[in-house]
Design a binder for this molecule. Structure first.
Ligand SMILES: Cc1cc2nc3c(=O)[nH]c(=O)nc-3n(C[C@H](O)[C@H](O)[C@H](O)COP(=O)(O)O)c2cc1C
Length: 217
């Protein structure tokens, strides 16, 4: 069985899709995101808070990985990670990013593009301390994205992190960062496999407000 044959046999956008009422959209994109997010949770979408984060490296080469959304507020879409990681270094050099959500069970996609801001030490500490002990231990025993010489180095780092946490349960590493993507555009896409019209609505930041535009599918 060839991969090209297999790819062509796989269905996409099956089942009951959600509807997008274009006449009933708020003025602020984060309000529509929160509405859609609530509907995703209600529809039983699997891991609706998992999103792709795209950044650009110093050669201009795009990079992408999955992260968990930590918060959405008037400041933007928040995520957390290690400042020393590939994404942390890329964002320090070039604080531009895009986020992509795909809620398969509803046929929905949301795309967020914007500038990225480090929310500072207090936000990092609050986020880190809200994590489970095992998540904190994992973060403390990793130099995320560095080359790992061997499995034994990870085991050693785990033991050191365990000792550190036993001595100071509220320890917060300086490397832990919380970032916000402050959007310049947010696009909402609704799959409609029957008509293939796929409604798209983009919010584009203007001087004082948001411009809402329909896009061709
Ligand atoms: C479902 C899922 C959730 C993840 N959540 C996070 C997260 O919130 N923060 C994080 O730093 N990495 C998270 N990761 C791991 C990242 O995808 C990635 O491997 C890591 O951040 C290193 O990426 P980088 O080398 O581009 O910096 C997650 C991975 C998956 C599959």
């Amino acid at each position: 069985m060839s991969i090209s044959w297999l790819l062509r046999t796989l269905p996409a956008m099956t089942g009951e899709m959600a509807r997008f009422d274009l006449d009933r959209t708020p003025d602020e994109p984060h309000e529509l995101f929160l509405r859609w997010f609530g509907e995703a949770v209600g529809a039983g979408v699997s891991e609706p808070h998992a999103m792709n984060l795209a950044t650009v490296d110093d050669q201009g080469l795009p990079d992408v990985r999955v992260l968990l959304l930590r918060e959405v507020d008037e400041r933007g879409w928040h995520f957390a990670g290690d400042r020393r990681s590939a994404k942390g270094r890329q964002l320090a050099a070039r604080p531009d990013a895009a986020l992509g959500f795909y809620w398969r069970e509803q046929g929905r996609q949301v795309r967020v593009r914007g500038k990225v801001f480090d929310l500072g030490l207090a936000a990092s500490a609050a986020d880190f301390l809200s994590r489970s002990p095992s998540a904190r231990l994992a973060a403390l025993s990793s130099v995320q994205s560095d080359v790992l010489p061997g499995e034994s180095d990870l085991t050693l780092a785990r033991h050191e992190a365990e000792r550190l946490l036993a001595a100071d349960p509220d320890f917060v590493p300086e490397s832990h960062a919380v970032y916000a993507v402050v959007p310049i555009s947010v696009e909402f896409w609704q799959g409609d496999p029957a008509s293939r019209r796929h409604p798209r609505l983009r919010y584009r930041r203007a001087a004082e407000s948001w411009v809402k535009e329909l896009l061709w599918p």
